[in-house]
Every structure is written in structure tokens, then in C-alpha cells.
Write a protein that binds this ligand. Structure first.
Ligand SMILES: [Zn+2]
Ligand SMILES: [Zn+2]
Length: 139
């Protein structure tokens, strides 16, 4: 299946080839600052599954922690990519960038240790204080 997406202004466009989209809600302080929201929802995608319609080199890159990058549309500021945090080459795309209302399976809440008190989690999905086991850069 393919999922088309892009930024708010339409300057950034891509297609992701996957059977389905799996996502996590991340409550870390960096996601909160980067998105201005209580949490961000990212789909984890292998780089070869992303087909760029626009030039990915046009994205503005910010190193939010050592070797971990957040990339933005230079025109509208939409958050397009997060990568490097897991110590491998997986890419995270905020699922709100996908056009329409594609099927997305939210697997868990991560970094709930950094959640703000003004947002309460009311579902029964698994919650992880930081990375779920098996993810993240080994410390
Ligand atoms: Zn844009
Ligand atoms: Zn985060």
C-alpha cells in the first residue's frame, strides 16, 4: 500500500510504501517543544520505504540531541522527519502529515516519564517511561 503525505504548504511531498502505518505517541520534552503539543505521534519507517516527490535536501535540519535530527519544511515549518534517536537508520514521520485519514495503528505511549500534568492518558495502550525495550540508542 502507499501513503501520500506532505507539509502544510505543499512544498514537501512524499509517498511511503508500507502495508500499514504503526505509530507511537511520544511525550518527550523535545517533541513537546518541537511540535508545541502535549505529545507527538510518529510512524517509524525504513528509509527505503520513503519515495520523495520533493527534494529532501531542501529540508531544514536541526540537531536536537547528539546525532539526532529533526527536519522541517523551510517555508511552513512543518515537522517532516525525525531520525538518529534510535541509533539506526529508521526515520520517524509525524503521522499528521499523511493526507486524509489513513489507517494508523498506535502501538504505545513512549517517554511518559516526561509527560506534562495538563494532559492525561485515558486509553489502555502500553506506556513506557522512555524507549520501549529493544528501541533506542544503547546507553
Ligand atoms: Zn511546507
Ligand atoms: Zn519525543
Amino acid at each position: 500500500m502507499s501513503f501520500a503525505g506532505g507539509c502544510l504548504c505543499g512544498g514537501v511531498r512524499f509517498t511511503v510504501q508500507r502495508r500499514h502505518l504503526n505509530a507511537v505517541h511520544c511525550y518527550c520534552q523535545m517533541c513537546r517543544k518541537a511540535h508545541g503539543t502535549a505529545f507527538s505521534t510518529h510512524a517509524v519507517i525504513r528509509p527505503e520505504q520513503i519515495e520523495w516527490v520533493s527534494d529532501p535536501a531542501a529540508l531544514v535540519k536541526f540537531e536536537s540531541s547528539p546525532q539526532a535530527f529533526r527536519e522541517f519544511c523551510p517555508t511552513c515549518g512543518a515537522h517532516v522527519l525525525v531520525h538518529g534517536q534510535t541509533g539506526d537508520n529508521t526515520q520517524a514521520i509525524p503521522v499528521g502529515l499523511f493526507d486524509g485519514d489513513p489507517p494508523v495503528t498506535v502501538l504505545s505511549h513512549i517517554f511518559v516519564g516526561e509527560r506534562v500534568g495538563w494532559y492525561q492518558i485515558t486509553d489502555t495502550l502500553p506506556q513506557h517511561a522512555g524507549w520501549p525495550e529493544g528501541f533506542g540508542r544503547p546507553s
